[in-house]
Design a protein around this ligand. Sequence first.
Ligand SMILES: NC(=O)c1ccc[n+]([C@@H]2O[C@H](COP(=O)([O-])OP(=O)(O)OC[C@H]3O[C@@H](n4cnc5c(N)ncnc54)[C@H](OP(=O)(O)O)[C@@H]3O)[C@@H](O)[C@H]2O)c1
Length: 432
Amino acid sequence: MRTRPLKVALLGCGVVGSEVARIMTTHAEDLAARIGAPLELAGVAVRRPAKVRAGIDPALVTTDATALVKRGDIDVVVEVIGGIEPARSLITTALEHGASVVSANKALLAQDGAALHAAAGEHGRDLYYEAAVAGAIPLIRPLRESLAGDKVDRVLGIVNGTTNFILDKMDSTGAGYQEALDEATALGYAEADPTADVEGFDAAAKAAILAGIAFHTRVRLDDVYREGMTEVTAADFASAKEMGCTIKLLAICERAADGESVTARVHPAMIPLSHPLASVRGAYNAVFVESEAAGQLMFYGPGAGGAPTASAVLGDLVAVCRNRLNGTTGPGESAYTRLPVSPMGEVVTRYHISLDVADKPGVLAQVATVFAEHGVSIDTVRQQSRPDGDGEASLVVVTHRASDAALTGVVEALRSLDTVRGVASIMRVEGE
Ligand SMILES: NC(=O)c1ccc[n+]([C@@H]2O[C@H](COP(=O)([O-])OP(=O)(O)OC[C@H]3O[C@@H](n4cnc5c(N)ncnc54)[C@H](OP(=O)(O)O)[C@@H]3O)[C@@H](O)[C@H]2O)c1
């Protein structure tokens, strides 16, 4: 084993960074044996230097992250600050100064992954980010390496623990969205401002990263269709139950049937209770991968949290250090297929539509005609008179597979019918 240590700069020492530092210290001997050289924590960049940080030598702490990554003797920079800036500049500067980089930053990778990969390639360094998608769950390396000989057709995942916790609560207790969110906040599963999670921004960033790697093309955050889950109601769950389904916020990346394009989207969807993703409870994450030769694979585990996320960071750190000792680099960006990302209108799936309609003869036929005129075939229809006798009925229509564009046309036409008082909800049905 080499005795000269590999020097690691840690940018950020919060929830994830503090766990990375702890594991580096407590498992120093094992890590050295696995890598072939000891690791040395050479510096820790933070915002508040006076804060007491257990197990961290105060002499290593600095607020000048730029000077740290410019030192020139750093082998690996671990970026766990988060956000776009200064993380982007720090990673770029680190690569320019000869360091390889491990990051957990989904937002940055989804937005600027191509430029960062280009910088890593130009300087002959590694850029690894297993922790950026679904925390501890090994996903990027399996897609990039284990499935490199296969053809992935579909990635379907629960990649946000906060929203899965909320939806699971609504499902199991009949609670409304706000009540379930309040409980998630009280238990520390949701942040004070939950927008990034509940509006699907966090999941969309992960979908962009997954789609790019799965289909060997470039998918940016802006390419991902996104709908949050704040509009999901207890009534939607009741409807889902009647269909033998539950509701999950899903990230779905698909290759088109003709293989000529891909789509990436995040939205709530009904999935059958028999689907493996339906049994993913609480704040857990799971990703279901369908590929030509392997068939169906499921990856499951904790998608967040300091120690689980640090596990993924440490895995990357070991891999990058091994590469460094061998004078090589691991796989970089693979975007050779250059498959375009199709708009949401071209996505084909099934739909569950709840309508409030006038409770009188002929309405059902009128509604059915609208679907037929737009080429959307109906699978089942269920009509229920309201017990309060207000002259309205609820009509639930489940369609066969149709394009999102056709469904949008149907909904517009339905809204213009006098007998349709309102479109109560539209939910896609996935995983069948
Ligand atoms: N938390 C999770 O469960 C989880 C899961 C997967 C991925 N991630 C990703 O991991 C990254 C870190 O998340 P986290 O939860 O550990 O965040 P965090 O707890 O907020 O920690 C951020 C750290 O960055 C430091 N920092 C902030 N701005 C800085 C600056 N300008 N210069 C130097 N240091 C700065 C902070 O310093 P102070 O300590 O002085 O405030 C803090 O130590 C993010 O990209 C996140 O998306 C997190």
